[in-house]
Design a protein around this ligand. Structure first.
Ligand code: ZN
Length: 183
């Protein structure tokens, strides 16, 4: 193991104490081992943190149970940020709403998802104790989960052709807050 001491000052990946890995060549078994720098992310953790950006998106639902697509809102905010490559983390700050990524082409898909959840977990008749009478919404929110992560490149979300980002409303209609972190 050797270190990067000795590299010229001012190089982008300069560091006084990060080790360089010594790897054998994959192409020529007789070639001497080459020095390979560790991945830049390992060296540049502080820079990556500095580049993080955080926004709050507001997503409005109109029915008690509804899948509200807000892909465009996310894409626009990403464009505004000027970020080129990285990940977007979306996180909903509520206990009766979730987030998911699924088909946005046929509206019957979100309809059927809600239908299945409603059939599995009806609002009444299961002996729930919670006084707000929205235990079904709490359970559905935990099933869908509070966050999704989407990679992006060249400033564009790397969603599949039929994928959209949805707020899963289970106790609407109302305005929901979604934290959007870009890094
Ligand atoms: Zn409740």
């Amino acid at each position: 193991m050797v270190t990067q001491r000795g590299r010229a000052r001012g190089q982008c990946c300069e560091s006084s104490d990060l080790p360089l890995a010594t790897l054998p060549s994959l192409f020529n078994p007789h070639e001497r081992p080459k020095l390979v720098a560790p991945p830049r992310l390992v060296q540049s953790t502080d820079l990556v943190l500095e580049r993080s950006m955080m926004f709050t998106l507001k997503v409005r639902s109109h029915q008690r149970e509804e899948l509200v697509e807000f892909t465009e809102q996310v894409a626009e905010k990403l464009k505004e940020s000027g970020a080129q490559d990285g990940i977007v983390v979306l996180y909903v700050q509520h206990t009766t709403a979730g987030l998911t990524i699924n088909e946005n082409a046929d509206p019957d898909v979100p309809r059927d998802m809600l239908h299945a959840l409603r059939t599995l977990i009806p609002q009444h008749g299961m002996g729930f104790r919670h006084g707000e009478e929205n235990s079904d919404a709490h359970i559905k929110a935990s099933l869908t989960g509070p966050s999704v992560t989407v990679p992006f490149a060249d400033g564009k979300l790397l969603l599949g052709r039929w994928q959209g980002i949805f707020l899963c409303e289970f106790d609407g209609g109302r305005e929901r807050r979604v934290i959007m972190m870009i890094r």
